[in-house]
Design a protein around this ligand. Structure first.
Ligand SMILES: Cc1ncc(COP(=O)(O)O)c(C=O)c1O
Length: 475
């Protein structure tokens, strides 16, 4: 792992997959293979937008370019370098985001009927992984941040209780960090879970960069998790959809994991996405510390400056996420920043906005953000948005898989109380389901969804145009 800056400096930059693509392109090959644009045939307008080189590099499994699902050449080498960089035993490139990694983690470790302990603030990809695998969830309630109305993490005490109450559980699946940059005592949790024989799966979609700065929380791989998924496209320079799944130790069968990845990933993986993963790793190993240190300094400066304003800087261990709260609507602030300053945030909720920074955020961006915030005309009478806490998960009438496969119908959401939700329903972002497939719909859950919608949030999943998808008969 490359957490200290001296190591950052010494590493030779090898990018086997990037180099293989460059060599292949220099060979001026004649294409009788996919993709249909043959490297040069796309329309001029799209080539102008994306650059003709992107199409040239958009290749497939050709001589010398290896194969994602059976790697023996540059992809294998690039993945091995990723394993070295993050400290895993084996790392796998993902071309369908952490979503595919989360699904593969569950498919590789749980059989239908197996019990898995899950943080209630899991992303919807976890729910879809439950539908695919047939695993039965036992939900762990996280602690709440009443000021923001957000989940913080599952305490060690709750974890101990859940482990004692569910001795049959096969796996534990956690979010580390949360969308806001909060982390649990993951090391202690992993130890506890391992003592009880559970496999630990960590959705670290937002934590790819942790390995590269000592003042960030430790990387989940270093803390002993069995499987960890990183959305390298979220906080590193990988192209969107580029993610990495890491395996460490012997608890997970590598053959079954590879098979699960073949199930959830395309058989035509994007070479630009995979090459960008190779390059993002090399970049973090060599320049990650310096870039993150720059952001650390910016975060400290902005936090200091906001002390004398009406905003509240909400402190989280991941200081690359800037959560800024106000006595007013986060949605109104976010819209104003976008319309008036062309400044676009990562996440908005009741009374706060989350700004994502990364190793390459320039100082001018934080200066522009401060300038804009200082000029926001906070209306004197704007109502204080009292965050509503996510309702507790309701009774589960059937498993997510049974609910998904049961016949369903659309009912007016106001008439859905007492019915069984067919799909998940979640405000997006952050994509944390309020209703789960198989859950008995409560008035509390509907009130929460209505409150999100009225505050300006976007709902996704089994709710459309005022209708909810519910199971027709008992599943
Ligand atoms: C906690 C968490 N896990 C998984 C995902 C899915 O990641 P991806 O968009 O890379 O598929 C997200 C996406 O926002 C997320 O927030």
């Amino acid at each position: 792992m490359a957490k200290d800056k001296e190591k950052n400096k010494q590493v030779t930059v090898k990018m086997p997959l990037v180099e293989a693509l460059v060599n292949f392109l220099h060979s001026k090959h004649i294409s009788f293979h996919t993709p249909g644009h043959l490297g040069f045939g796309a329309s001029t307008s799209i080539k102008k937008l994306l650059g003709h080189q992107l199409f040239q590099a958009d290749l497939t499994e050709l001589e010398g370019l290896d194969s994602l699902h059976e790697p023996t050449g540059p992809i294998q080498q690039a993945q091995a370098l990723a394993a070295q960089a993050w400290g895993s035993d084996q790392s796998y490139f993902l071309v369908n985001g952490s979503t595919s990694g989360v699904q593969a983690m569950l498919l590789a470790t749980c059989a239908p009927g197996d019990v898995v302990l899950l943080a209630r603030n899991s992303h919807r990809s976890v729910i879809h992984g439950l539908v695919l695998s047939g695993a039965i969830p036992v939900w762990l309630e996280p602690d709440w941040n009443d000021y923001l109305g957000t989940a913080e993490g599952v305490s060690l005490a709750s974890m101990e209780k859940a482990l004692a109450a569910n001795p049959q559980a096969k796996a534990l699946c956690l979010v580390y960090p949360t969308y806001y940059g909060q982390v649990d005592d993951l090391e202690a949790t992993i130890k506890l879970a391992h003592q009880k024989g559970l496999t630990v799966l960590v959705d670290s979609a937002h934590g790819s960069h942790f390995a590269y700065h000592p003042q960030l929380p430790d990387c989940a791989v270093a803390l002993g998790a069995d499987l960890v998924v990183h959305s390298a496209h979220k906080t590193l320079s990988a192209l969107t959809q580029g993610a990495i799944l890491h395996r460490k130790g012997q608890r997970v069968d590598s053959q079954r994991l590879a098979q699960a990845l073949r199930m959830v990933q395309t058989s035509s993986p994007s070479y630009p996405v995979m090459a960008s993963l190779d390059a993002a790793r090399a970049q973090m190993v060599t320049e990650g510390y310096a870039g993150l240190e720059n952001v650390y300094q910016q975060a400290q400066a902005l936090r200091q400056k906001l002390l004398s304003t009406a905003y509240t800087w909400v402190e989280y261990p991941d200081w690359t996420r800037w959560t800024i709260a106000l006595e007013g609507s986060g949605f109104a602030l976010e819209t104003w920043l976008a319309l008036q300053h062309n400044l676009h945030a990562e996440l908005v909720s009741w009374n706060h906005v989350v700004f994502l920074t990364s190793y390459c955020t320039p100082k001018t961006h934080s200066e522009q953000l401060l300038y804009a915030l200082e000029h926001y005309p906070l209306p004197a009478g704007q109502p204080m948005y009292r965050p509503t806490a996510l309702p507790k998960i309701g009774a589960q009438a059937c498993s997510p898989r049974e609910a998904y496969f049961a016949a369903n119908e659309a009912v007016l959401w106001k008439e859905a109380v007492g019915r069984i939700s067919a799909y998940s329903v979640e405000p997006y972002p952050p994509g944390i389901p309020v209703l789960l497939p198989g859950e008995v719909i409560s008035q509390e859950a509907l009130d929460y969804l209505e409150a999100v919608s009225q505050a300006g949030g976007t709902l996704s999943g089994g709710m459309a145009a005022g209708y909810l998808r519910v199971v027709v008969e008992k599943c």
